[in-house]
Write a protein that binds this ligand. Structure first.
Ligand code: EPZ
Length: 421
């Protein structure tokens, strides 16, 4: 397994290009299953999770092809009638977002059999909302041998209110409703930019979705959708990770392609710690302050502070002048990075959903282990700041959501390298 070695203490200065958003690419790839024909998605990040979903498509009978040269950012997907609507366990367990094929398959083919994703490091992550919503649309759901089977001659539009705000739950039901008979109304829907981006793509395919980006979605079903060529929005979490890296190292970094309107809550919190964050013509710039101020954060559904940035901001708060409270309200076990940060000298105490972060003058480099995607990003950030060398193991977690991270950070002056074992 690869390791990443970081020599801390370098100021990060310069420009870095943000990639396409993982959490937009995955639902949009699933969305093309709703229409036969040749689709092309642009600005698709080259990530392990994207490759995993393409592998699933091949197993189901949809052909995918990454472009070359000027089209290297594009993926072409050929979808035809003869799809095998099954997502096997040994693939779904490596990437739970595979559950996003459920809605499109049952909507277009009347049948889908998808392995139950199971939990992961950050929580149980049930899919009860996905299943309750599909039942509401008339699907017959059976659970056996670790698989969920959904069947429906024809989905029928209905009103469904989510018990909890669910990003992929909203995406799954929005996709299914596109081909249902009549109108579907989804209440308490997720408002993430990735949900809105998916709706834009589906409407470009001929769907009739209104209200995306708000808690109330209206979808009027249509008989069929057409193939699409569509771009993926920039990754606000990757962008946010680089902004934190600049603040952490008293650097000055322009994240090109970042959209400030997708990152308001994060930008507000970075400014509260004393960093200077400005929206520029072609991106968002962060200039780190000499003194990092403490601030409290509470993770919430969008437009609240994103849970996917909690671990990264905690690194900044761990070297602030004072104490901060970090409350994780979205997932039940998303403080796994705290144990590793503590080994680097951070002073953090956990009490249930709250972590009390007492700032220390600096962190010290150490061998650490990544446990999940955003925890691994947090450990890389900690290594950039810490005195001495940090070695991060199990970086396959990082590769699920960050494209060439060590190259991008090296380009900003970091002393970082990947050691392939
Ligand atoms: C999406 O996961 C993202 N993944 C996650 O990003 C992100 O952390 C999360 O949304 C929250 O923003 C993708 O978009 C591929 P949820 P998702 O359903 O949809 C509970 C990353 O690091 N819930 O919004 O799986 C659930 O347990 C990843 O890029 C139910 O109870 O998250 C959680 O507590 C990590 N029943 C809360 O809702 C359900 O049926 C939010 O989960 C569904 C969810």
């Amino acid at each position: 397994m690869d390791r990443i070695i970081v020599e801390g203490g370098q100021r990060l200065v310069g420009e870095v290009e943000v990639s396409g958003a993982k959490n937009a690419a995955l639902p949009m790839l699933a969305g093309v299953l709703l229409a036969e024909g040749r689709h092309r998605l642009r600005n698709v990040p080259d990530l392990a999770d994207v490759r995993t979903l393409c592998k699933l498509f091949e197993i189901m009978g949809a052909r995918t092809q990454r472009g070359e040269g000027a089209l290297a950012d594009a993926i072409t997907i050929d979808v035809d009638a003869s799809l095998t609507p099954e997502a096997p366990y040994d693939l779904v367990r490596t990437m739970r977002a595979s559950v996003l094929v459920l809605g499109p398959l049952v909507a277009r083919l009347g049948r889908a059999r998808v392995s139950l994703p199971g939990g992961c490091a950050i929580g149980a992550r049930p899919i009860d909302q996905h299943l309750k919503g599909l039942e509401r649309l008339g699907a017959e759901i059976t659970l056996e041998h670790g698989y969920v089977e959904a069947r429906a001659k024809k989905l029928v539009g209905a009103k469904f209110t989510f018990d909890v705000v669910s990003v992929t739950g909203t995406e799954n039901l929005m996709m299914a409703a596109c081909l249902a008979e009549g109108r579907t109304i989804l209440e308490n829907a997720a408002c993430e930019p990735e949900v809105e981006a998916l709706a834009h793509m589906l409407n470009a395919m001929g769907a009739r979705i209104r209200g995306a980006g708000t808690p109330a979605l209206t979808i009027d079903g249509v008989r069929s959708l057409r193939p699409v060529e569509h771009p993926i929005i920039p990754d606000r979490i990757e962008a946010g990770t680089f902004l934190v890296a600049a603040a952490l190292t008293q650097g000055d970094v322009l994240v090109k392609g970042a959209l400030p309107e997708h990152m308001e809550a994060l930008i507000q919190k970075l400014r509260a710690t004393g960093a200077r964050v400005t929206a520029e013509q072609d991106g968002v710039r962060c200039q780190g302050a000499d003194v990092i101020l403490p601030t409290d954060i509470k993770t919430l559904a969008h437009p609240g502070f994103p849970t996917d940035m909690q671990a990264q901001l905690m690194v900044l708060l761990s070297v602030a002048k004072g104490s901060s409270m970090v409350t994780e309200t979205v997932f039940e076990n998303r403080f796994m990075h705290v144990l590793e940060l503590s080994r680097m000298g951070a002073d953090i105490r956990i009490d249930g959903k709250v972590a009390l972060v007492k700032g220390v003058p600096n962190l010290s480099g150490a061998p650490v282990m990544a446990t999940d995607l955003r925890a691994s990003a947090c450990l890389v950030l900690a290594g950039l700041r810490a005195r001495g060398q940090t070695e991060i193991r199990r970086v396959y977690h990082l590769d699920r959501g960050y494209e060439r991270m060590e190259e991008k950070l090296s380009g900003l002056g970091a002393r970082i390298e990947r050691v392939r074992d």
